[in-house]
Ligand binder design. Structure first.
Ligand code: ADP
Ligand code: ZN
Ligand code: ZN
Length: 700
């Protein structure tokens, strides 16, 4: 329950977690609560239980955890339920009306008549129908004939489980999946729906939500930020004639409050949202669905409270005695390991609803082929072939801009970012040099600032690839999808429209193309460079690479035309690429999990990272070194580091990390419980910004 309390010279909103009969403070230092803000608690015991669990697991103060779970408007005192100003005729008003009064005041008469005829009306309705009704209202109040009060708004739509539309008849695999999860309604179970894009996962979600609604329960659906498209929301709205609340990061504070209230009041029977929606209030929760569960946007990895919405969804389902369904074409290795360990149940949709053959993957050795502007000859030939056959081509490169480096060939100068240990990226059409890590932005020099010789862009970004393709295929129209050209949702829609209509036939894109949208007429996918993912300091890089390749490949093709996927690499013999090619994602995952087991990386161990940053490198390392010196870990817990981050300087701050690792989760958390309060007391902690990241997914 929220209360307003005096705090120093301010008045703040607080949440009452417990009541106490006595206090250690003298009575005259205790202050009264000024105001109780909620008629009923906005966090029920189940919600509080989840937040308390998160606070313990992520070792973060409960206050900040609660604050992260609530919309900003509620944190500053907005009402938890909407009210509307409702006007009614009083008993005296009814009697006066029946006597035909007021006789000589037409405006007053009209308002009274309106309220009597409609048995009351909201202020909004009155404003709509009667100009200047408030003047009239004042006079009628004076006579005691009408009155107003604040009430909960009347539902405009009555919640109903009715479907608006019927779905297609399910395939055998879809039916099996719906039956398996359906049998678990009413109790906990974690299911993994493993199926490529277009295999009918969403259809399975819709059927399960239908069942949940039929039991008068509600559904919570979580999607990655970029996966929450108008199409997806549209599919739910099309199927169900029931109120839905949609929560995502682009909402204004007020919109978020309204959506939260819809969920809290139970008016919304389906709550659909991104990461933080895992905390949304959903009374009588019947199922949680997490779509694209492998997506890294479910992990909050900034700020103080760093959590995994996917993992919390599982915990929430457990506590709510409801099933949770994790859907993906490329489940996280952690998730696959949970299946092997028998904790999660796997359900497979082995093929696309509308296509028999999966696309064929082939590697192109970049060292053995002529390469022009990053595109090898075999890739160009394949593009020609597919374009001639009326297909569309998707070219994937996870690097926006024109070129990642600006180089002086005379003296070897490369344009550096002054704030980061990174190079500036060339943005040719904008005529700028930009840092993709801190956002620094400067003019594009034509001459080397060091020796005056001419400089040249080296390497490829999407802008340059687009230029190269314009030269190679001058008559074929292209679209580019990256953060430089797509700034609003409507830009994305426009690009999709141009591909769907066939107006554009080559699509060049970054990671952005791997999510949300399908390209049914794309028959060829070219992955320009697979190598960034193979040799990274982050042990998760290969997993992300394989997921990207499978996701990009999965966007392509429909019907009977077999799709083709070409992957350019300088390391065609790399075992992970080979296992991906010969055995698909499952084969890759098996090989990658084996590597992880040998190196004792998660999921075969548990990690927590203490990260910090400071204005100088020494301070960043000093704090972590002192923290390490304080630690008295048991034998089962290892500390690794501290080390500077792979890109130590970012936006002018120096970053470092200290890893805590253990095969025993309990031991790790007990150690953190004892150690962190000591770390907090360190003097050096004040000179840095630091945070704990439990189960980090990005290491640097
Ligand atoms: P996913 O969520 O796995 O990408 P969808 O559920 O969106 O897959 O299904 C892909 C396409 O196939 C959609 O157009 C959907 O309407 C259609 N579809 C799904 N299941 C069936 C089915 N059983 N019969 C016919 N079409 C289906
Ligand atoms: Zn130079
Ligand atoms: Zn920078």
């Amino acid at each position: 329950m929220r209360v307003r309390v005096p705090f120093g010279r301010h008045r703040l909103v607080g949440v009452v977690l417990e009541l106490a009969d006595s206090s250690d403070l003298p009575e005259d230092r205790l202050k009264p609560i000024l105001e109780i803000l909620d008629p009923r608690p906005i966090l029920d015991p189940a919600a509080l239980g989840l937040l308390q669990w998160a606070s313990e697991y992520y070792h973060h103060p409960i206050g900040e955890v609660i604050s992260a779970a609530l919309p900003k408007a509620l944190r500053v005192g907005a009402a938890s339920s909407a009210t509307e100003e409702r006007w009614n005729a009083t008993v005296e008003g009814f009697e006066a009306h029946n006597r035909g009064e007021p006789k000589r005041a037409p405006k007053l008469r009209k308002l009274l008549e309106f309220l009597v005829a409609r048995e009351g009306a909201s202020a909004d309705t009155l404003t709509e129908h009667l100009a200047n009704w408030r003047d009239a209202a004042r006079q009628l109040i004076a006579r005691g004939w009408i009155a107003s009060l604040e009430v909960a708004p009347q539902a405009s739509e009555t919640p109903t489980a009715e479907s608006r539309a019927e779905g297609p008849p399910l395939s055998d695999e879809q039916r099996a999946a719906v039956e398996a999860v359906g049998a678990s309604l009413g109790h906990y179970g974690t299911f993994v729906l493993h199926g490529v894009t277009g295999s009918g996962k969403t259809e399975v979600y819709l059927r399960l939500v239908e069942r949940v609604l039929a039991q008068q329960r509600r559904a919570l659906v979580l999607v990655p930020e970029i996966g929450l498209t108008p199409q997806l929301v549209g599919r739910f709205r099309q199927r169900f004639a029931t109120p839905m609340a949609v929560l995502h990061s682009a909402l204004t504070d007020h919109e978020r409050l309204l959506a939260w209230r819809e969920a809290f009041s139970g008016r919304a029977n389906i709550v659909l949202g991104t990461r933080s929606a895992v905390f949304a209030p959903v009374p009588d929760l019947g199922i949680i669905i997490v779509d694209e569960e492998h997506d890294s946007s479910f992990k909050q990895h900034e700020g103080g409270f760093r959590y995994s919405a996917r993992d919390l969804a599982v915990v929430r389902a457990q506590r709510a005695q409801a099933p949770v369904l994790l859907g993906s074409a490329t489940p996280a290795l952690e998730t696959l390991n949970n299946i092997s360990a028998g904790r999660y149940t796997r359900l497979t949709l082995p093929r696309r609803a509308d296509q028999a053959a999966p696309p064929g993957l082939r590697l192109i050795d970049l060292r053995a082929n002529a390469v022009n502007a990053g595109i090898s000859t075999p890739a160009v030939q394949a593009m020609e072939r597919h374009l001639k056959d009326d297909g569309q081509v998707l070219v994937f490169l996870n690097r926006r801009g024109y070129a990642p480096t600006l180089l002086c060939t005379a003296c070897g100068w490369v344009a550096p970012c002054s704030e980061c240990d990174a190079r500036m990226t060339v943005h040719l059409s904008a005529g700028r040099l930009r840092c993709h890590h801190c956002g620094a932005d400067g003019p594009l020099p034509t001459r080397c600032p060091q020796c005056g010789f001419t400089v040249k862009p080296v390497g490829q970004g999407t802008e340059r690839i687009e230029e190269a393709l314009a030269t190679l295929f001058p008559d074929v129209s292209r679209v580019r999808l990256d953060r430089d050209v797509v700034r609003k949702r409507s830009d994305m829609e426009e690009a999709m429209r141009r591909m769907a209509s066939g107006e554009a036939r080559i699509l060049i894109g970054t990671q952005m193309v791997t999510k949300g949208h399908d390209f049914p007429n794309v028959t060829l996918v070219v992955v320009l460079n697979a190598d960034q993912g193979l040799f990274s300091t982050d042990f998760r890089a290969p997993e992300r690479l394989a997921q990207t390749i499978v996701q990009v490949a999965g966007r392509a093709g429909r019907g009977t035309r077999p799709g083709e996927v070409l992957i350019q690499t300088e390391f065609p013999g790399h075992p992970l690429l080979l296992s991906l090619l010969s055995e698909g994602y499952d084969g890759f995952a098996r090989a990658a999990l084996e590597e992880r087991a040998q190196a004792s990386w998660p999921p075969f161990s548990r990690l927590a990272a203490v990260r910090d940053s400071a204005t100088n490198a020494a301070a960043a390392l000093e704090f972590l070194s002192q923290a390490r010196a304080l630690a008295k870990p048991p034998r089962s817990v290892k500390l690794l580091g501290p080390v500077p981050a792979a890109m130590a300087r970012r936006a002018g701050r120096h970053h470092a990390q200290l890893l805590v690792e253990s095969a025993d989760r309990g031991a790790l958390h007990r150690f953190l419980d004892g150690w962190l309060p000591e770390v907090e007391k360190l003097q050096s902690a004040r000179r840095v910004r630091w945070a704990l990241d439990v189960d980090p997914i990005e290491l640097f």
